[in-house]
Design a protein around this ligand. Sequence first.
Ligand SMILES: C[S@@+](CC[C@H](N)C(=O)[O-])C[C@H]1O[C@@H](n2cnc3c(N)ncnc32)[C@H](O)[C@@H]1O
Length: 293
Amino acid sequence: MEQVAADNEEALEAWDGVLYDRFVKFKEIVTEGLGAHGEAALTAHPPQAGDRVLDIGCGFGDTSLRIAEIVGDSGSVFGVDVAPRFIETAQKGAAGAGADNVSFAVRDVQVTEFENGFDYAFARFGTMFFANPVAAMRNVRKALVPGGRLTMVVWRRKLDNDWLHRAENVVEEFVEEPEETDEPTCGPGPFSMANADTTSDILLNAGFVEVDLRRCDIPILIGRDLDHAVEFVTALGPAGEVIRLAGDEAEQIRPRIEAALREALAEFEAPDGIVASASTWIVSAKAPTNISA
Ligand SMILES: C[S@@+](CC[C@H](N)C(=O)[O-])C[C@H]1O[C@@H](n2cnc3c(N)ncnc32)[C@H](O)[C@@H]1O
């Protein structure tokens, strides 16, 4: 295992443990539902054939495989993730798909000085969990060749992701997130780059130029039916985290919480399942052509 920043160790424990297990359970929603936002980013800022690409916080590696198709055999993709179990799954997926131009490795982006010169760096929801985002994004910028491009998808504010916000509010009517917990947590959290000023400052301080944020609103499937959607929001995201961290206190009243969530999410019922609007930033930036630091 490569070096992990001390302040990312708890996040590693969460991502390689409980969060990995839950992501596996909801893999379809994560890769297909949220995948639409990743596709929109790749359409807005496509990598070029032959590009060498770094996929940051690659998770199951589905985006790495997708980008490998775009860059073709003359290009390559290197998917990195701090959690070894995600990387093992990604490696198996690439072997199963017979993709020769993709490789994966366990890396904490915050403390990794990448050797290769990448033309393009990509992340779908993979950059919001660094304890020190400027240090991590500086490593990404240094991994790029001069003029290389970063494209990343991050959540916009909770208010515009009503299903997440609503679910969290419902859960908080029953239990509160404890101030102290022995459970590992995932670091700054999914909304840490929701503020456009904060995110552009992080990137500028990391040495990027031409920072651009484009709002992306695409509805996503959050469950096959209401039961599935309730299962999803009580496992992952802000509501799921409150329940997990509240522990027994939440488990004792789980049926009541779930009933309230069913009611709150009923409005999103559609013919094909539970469909809710989801709002992200598609962020693009460049490594300067004359890099000094
Ligand atoms: C929300 S998941 C997104 C995964 C994937 N990109 C996707 O869209 O399905 C965030 C990912 O970032 C990874 N991650 C968190 N901190 C990291 C770090 N310091 N270095 C590298 N990866 C990290 C996690 O292990 C996790 O796989």
